[in-house]
Design a protein around this ligand. Structure first.
Ligand SMILES: [Zn+2]
Ligand SMILES: [Zn+2]
Ligand SMILES: [Zn+2]
Length: 338
């Protein structure tokens, strides 16, 4: 059983220990455990969205080799000066479609709307568990092979700690707000809209842009134009999921013209209903923070791995990347529109 350990110097949580191994389903001749008809090779669904024919369209179930387990107590403990706790949490797999070998970008706006709604509903549901301080939703596409041979899925991690990368965003957003009484992301959006140099799309109350100091070539962020700290609450409003689905599809299509391998993550506020370490734990987050989606294509060769000290090297400045992305016609090659 894995456990969480805190690196007291970098204030970073590390999951350490053995991960359960994948069950033998893969070796038993089943080509894809995510395909319809192969449900018995994965744990029972925790959530299904059914189509008109009564069959699932989107399916969510616990990972077969979860990094976190849902049962049990955290058992926060000190070990001398160190801190540890059990890796209690949720690790879920969200299968986005019945169709094998189709990427998220190739699905219709209606299908992506449903998926975005399931993202929202899973985050809302997991945040009802007071043990979990953060819910992370991400997607890695094409790492284990060409996406045309993969079954599109996303992963959801609900954790008793806030991951260090997003905690750093919370902290520096708070820092900006305390000095200027403005949200740093709202400031970014305002300035980028004025200059328009790094903006790629704007539609339905959302904007996509290449961040000024992009870490990776063609890194793209999608943000709501109106201030909102919580993805799941913002998306609860009528019509929001469909608007997001539209710009998400366009953005992924543009990125896929460069690379079918990509990463995507949703950054949202922490679980404000969690059992908190103190009363004032991220108490100003709703003013300070602004949810967003980060998308990064994985280009060959990997150009940005620069040294061990956390520097990034990106040969393509954001304004040049935006010019390229704007010119890539999203609707051009879309095999799903049969
Ligand atoms: Zn499949
Ligand atoms: Zn804002
Ligand atoms: Zn972020």
């Amino acid at each position: 059983m894995a456990e969480l350990r805190l690196d007291p110097v970098q204030r970073r949580w590390v999951i350490t220990g053995k991960r359960p191994s994948l069950p033998a389903a893969l070796e038993s001749g089943v080509e894809c455990p995510f395909c319809p008809g192969n449900e018995r090779f994965t744990p029972p669904s925790v959530y299904e969205r059914k189509g008109k024919d009564g069959q699932w369209e989107v399916r969510v179930f616990p990972d077969r080799a979860p990094l976190f387990r849902i049962e049990g107590e955290l058992d926060r403990a000190g070990e001398g000066m160190f801190d540890r706790m059990n890796a209690v949490g949720a690790h879920e797999i969200l299968v986005a479609t019945r169709r094998h070998g189709v990427t998220l970008a190739q699905l219709s706006v209606e299908e992506i709307t449903e998926i975005v709604q399931v993202y929202r509903d899973r985050i809302l549901d997991l945040k009802r568990d007071h043990r979990f301080r953060y819910v992370c939703l991400f997607k890695v596409q094409g790492r284990s092979g060409p996406p045309t041979q993969e079954h599109s899925y996303s992963q959801i991690l609900a954790t008793p700690v806030v991951p260090s990368l997003v905690e750093a965003e919370f902290r520096w957003s708070q820092f900006h707000f305390r000095r200027k009484e403005r949200c740093v992301f709202c400031d970014i959006i305002q300035q980028e809209r004025e200059s328009a140099r790094r903006v790629v799309d704007e539609a339905g109350g959302f904007i996509s842009l290449c961040p000024y100091a992009a870490r990776f070539p063609y890194e793209l962020w999608i943000l709501p134009i109106d201030h909102a700290s919580s993805f799941e609450q913002d998306l609860a409003a009528e019509g929001r999921a469909a608007s997001l689905a539209e710009i998400l599809k366009t953005s992924l299509q543009r990125i896929e013209r460069l690379s079918l391998r990509l990463r995507m993550v949703i950054h949202s506020e922490p679980n404000m209903d969690a059992k908190r370490p103190s009363e004032d734990w991220w108490s100003t987050i709703r003013e300070d923070y602004h949810w967003h989606i980060e998308i990064v294509p994985e280009l060959e060769p990997d150009l940005n791995d620069f040294g061990p000290e956390g520097f990034y090297f990106n040969p393509i400045p954001a304004e040049e990347a935006a010019v390229v992305l704007r010119a890539l016609e999203p609707a051009a090659a879309d095999p799903s529109q049969e």
